[in-house]
Design a protein around this ligand. Structure first.
Ligand code: MF3
Ligand code: CO
Ligand code: CO
Length: 270
């Protein structure tokens, strides 16, 4: 097994899938309000993906080795839930933070992206965690170019998160993506510069750091999917799907409603 290098045609197909995944998040944004249930958000996203976009929701019935099939079309991880939260009939409350993670399949190709949403009025601590996690993802993205190594990405994310008093979840990582939802390589969100696989043009993988306000330790709930922080501290996550280009990177999961790109990225590009 090795890391696939995507052809020009593959990359065009991944651009389409990536944009569509991001457009699901644009579509659902106005519905994320106090009182809505995550099951309602799931149904809205499911119908949008299937009926408006002609996509297949990748999570639905996804069953990687040993897992019970995932029962819903999106992941909704609230407050101390780290990832893979399963939509249910409990309404979102004012002050909750929720990650919506969308993966579409279009013509066989996967686009995978997630954002944090603050429900109503969030606490200063909650907003700070979401904002720093967003910047942590972009600190990792900024390292992507041919010749760089996966350890450079993890190190950038880890040093940024930890120097601001947060911790990085170890058990889940970004991943290669294409015709398969999860393929090589694993993209750790911690690590040492100059280590691990060298990046080459045509590689496509996600960067999706899970950052905790408290300790890094996690545990899984009895539903077989939902991951929570052991100390019940808040956790945030953002995700983009990234192409390694000849000169750097291209973010494939951008759309009209994507949050602004951080100033430190725009300044580096200027
Ligand atoms: N979208 C998640 C990721 O970023 C994976 C979700 S798997 C599911 O890799 F089955 F929970 F949907
Ligand atoms: Co992913
Ligand atoms: Co995802």
């Amino acid at each position: 097994m090795s890391i696939t290098i995507k052809s020009g045609a593959d990359i065009d197909a991944m651009r389409v899938a990536g944009r569509l995944a991001s457009e699901v998040l644009d579509y659902i944004t106005p519905f994320v309000k106090p009182g809505v249930t995550t099951e309602e958000l799931d149904k809205l996203c499911h119908d949008y993906m299937v009926n408006e976009q002609g996509c297949v929701p990748a999570p639905l019935n996804y069953a990687p080795g040993g897992h019970t099939p995932y029962p819903k079309s999106i992941c909704t991880s609230i407050n101390h839930q780290v990832c893979h939260g399963v939509p249910n009939d409990r309404p979102l409350k004012d002050g909750d933070i929720v990650n919506l993670d969308i993966t579409v399949i279009k013509n066989g190709w996967h686009g995978d992206t997630s954002r944090m949403f603050i429900v109503g009025n969030g606490s200063i601590a909650a907003k700070r965690l979401c904002a720093f996690t967003y910047d942590a993802m972009w600190k990792g993205i900024a390292k992507v170019k041919p010749g760089a190594r996966l350890g450079d990405i993890g190190h950038a994310i880890q040093t940024f998160a930890e120097s601001n008093g947060f911790s990085v979840v170890r058990e889940f990582c970004g991943h290669g993506i294409g015709l398969k939802f999860h393929e090589e390589p694993q993209v750790l969100h911690y690590g040492r510069p100059g280590t691990l696989e060298e990046l080459k043009p045509g590689m496509i993988f996600t960067i999706e750091p899970m950052i905790n306000a408290g300790k890094k330790d996690i545990k899984s709930l009895g539903d077989g999917w939902t991951i929570v922080t052991k100390d019940r501290s808040l956790s945030a996550q953002w995700e983009h799907t990234i192409l390694v280009t000849e000169t750097g990177y291209e973010v494939l999961t951008l759309s009209a409603g994507s949050p602004p790109i951080p100033d430190f990225i725009l300044q580096a590009q200027a």
